[in-house]
Design a protein around this ligand. Structure first.
Ligand code: 4AD
Ligand code: MG
Length: 478
């Protein structure tokens, strides 16, 4: 294969009057003369100028939207507006035809809903090209952040027998013949005969195993797929999502919150530096989309300003108890505009409450701490008040909860007592309890929902548009 230059490198090189070979897919072909070629390395297309008078008409007919081409020619300063360079084609080879009558992606604006149905092709649009380049950068930035700080990337199992969050939202893993599973004498499914000799499920969180690593390696992080069978058909939930879970020995809740804030700012800044063009494009896209909305529903800040704002301000930190006071006194609560009214202390916050705090009251990211123990998981460290635990949630504008974490209960007696209270089987988690028996120490960690982060940075409105092939109730296409 001839040496091929990626379009991004070519556009950034500043060179002209050289011979080049480029390969990519046709976005548009105008006047039998101008091809807009895109190879996914950048949102910017390269303009190919075709000498149509000296080109075989049969070949010209095959230059259609979606076709894959290899083009060789001379890179020259452009005479037209809108681009700095063109390639004057000397040879064009069709690598793959695309029937313009049948190709689902026409050179016009398609709705995001429609594009979700052709997720196998949506990478070829400007919007999805930008989103997936930003997603790539963010995942790299996450590794860079932790690696620079000496964290160990730990691979926790995807198949497990535990339900870390204790919420019972797991997908079973079995190789039984579902129509005819072996039964015990009492008629229950006999998981002892299953592949792993016990009932297993896809992980809902790598945290418990992550804690084991932190009790020797000090600072670890996981970054992997996570599965939840919660039947939430929302723009913020997926059945398969990626989560980053750092776990740090000798950290308390404040250290934990400091690290999470630093991480979020670091990766957002990283993407702004690395993917400026893409984020500018997405910012513009959002402006156009918002023009459809009534004035009062439009954002005060555009996407770029929103990201900058997030970088330049300390996140607001307050306790759950303080938040409840604010919410109780808030206008939507008093005017009964919330779907779930805040009556008093102890209820879980819904996303409408989280978004009120972040978008209306503080107008910036918020870290809420010290939640009632009843609404949080068994492993969170119990505070001295006997009512709350050292939990933290980070709430983001337009997103709601982006991070959930806590300081962990390192005191064996307290942990066992809490597990008994809420019926978490201690014998199954013997290995988890062992770390409290042997050299347990204060430690903390959190989980960052990767797609929610990508949502925030791209300004997209639906989580199904920031993962290549979303899994949600009644959908596992592709
Ligand atoms: O708050 P969650 O459930 O916390 C945990 O799983 C802890 N074990 C984390 C830890 O302390 N190590 O989930 C953490 C984050 C949420 O804040 C949210 O961003 C994301 O994961 N998340 C989801 N993202 C997409 N779809 C879903 N169904 C999600 N559920 C949680
Ligand atoms: Mg949570």
């Amino acid at each position: 294969m001839s040496t091929r230059t990626k379009i991004k490198a070519l556009l950034e090189s500043g060179k002209t009057d050289i011979d080049v070979t480029v390969k990519g897919w046709v976005r548009t072909f105008r006047n039998n003369q101008f091809i807009a070629l895109n190879d996914g390395s950048t949102n910017n297309n390269l303009q190919i100028v075709v000498d149509f008078e000296n080109t075989d008409p049969a070949l010209l007919k095959r230059i259609t939207t979606g076709a894959a081409l290899s083009v060789s020619g001379r890179l020259v300063a452009s005479l037209g507006k809108g681009q700095s360079v063109d390639v004057k084609a000397t040879s064009i080879e069709i690598l793959g035809d695309s029937d313009p009558e049948k190709y689902p992606l026409q050179p016009k604006k398609h709705s995001l809903e429609f594009l979700r149905e052709i997720a196998h092709l949506r990478f070829r649009t400007n919007t999805f090209g930008a989103i997936f380049r930003v997603r790539n950068t963010l995942s790299f930035a996450i590794h860079t952040f932790f690696q620079e700080r000496g964290f160990v990337y730990l691979h926790t199992p995807v198949i497990t027998a535990s339900d870390a969050e204790g919420a019972g939202e797991t997908f079973h893993v079995t190789n039984f013949d579902l129509a005819n599973p072996p039964k015990t004498e009492t008629g229950e499914i006999d998981f002892k005969q299953d592949f792993f000799g016990r009932a297993t499920n896809l992980t809902v969180s790598g945290q418990l195993e992550g804690e084991l690593g932190a009790m020797a390696l000090s600072d670890i992080y996981t970054f992997g797929p996570t599965f939840r069978a919660e039947n939430s058909n929302t723009t913020r939930h997926l059945a398969e999502f990626w989560m980053i879970e750092p776990e740090m020995a000798f950290y308390d809740l404040k250290d934990n919150a400091d690290l999470a804030e630093e991480l979020l700012k670091y990766v957002i800044r990283y993407a702004l530096d690395k993917n400026k063009d893409d984020i500018e494009f997405l910012s513009q896209r959002l402006l156009e989309e918002e023009k459809q909305k009534p004035q009062q529903d439009r954002s005060e800040l555009n996407l770029l300003e929103k990201l900058q704002f997030c970088l330049n301000n300390d996140f607001e930190r307050l306790t759950y108890t303080e938040a409840i006071e604010i919410l109780k006194e808030s206008t939507p609560n008093k005017k009964k505009k919330f779907q779930y009214l805040i009556e008093g202390w102890g209820t879980d916050l819904q996303s409408e409450h989280e978004r009120y705090l972040v978008e209306k009251h503080f107008k910036k990211p918020v870290i809420l701490t010290d939640y009632p123990k009843e609404i949080k998981s068994f492993y969170m460290r119990q505070n001295d008040d006997g009512k709350t635990v050292a939990a933290m949630d980070i709430l983001f504008p337009g997103i709601g909860e982006i991070v959930g974490g806590s300081q962990r209960e390192e005191r064996l007696d307290k942990l066992e007592q809490r597990m008994d209270e809420i019926g978490i089987p201690k014998d199954e988690l013997w290995w988890y309890l062992d770390t409290r028996r042997y050299g347990g120490c204060p430690h903390a960690g959190f989980g960052l929902g990767f797609e929610r982060l990508v949502l925030f940075v791209t300004g997209m409105g639906n989580i199904r548009d920031v993962i290549p092939f979303p899994r949600f109730p009644k959908n596992a296409e592709f």
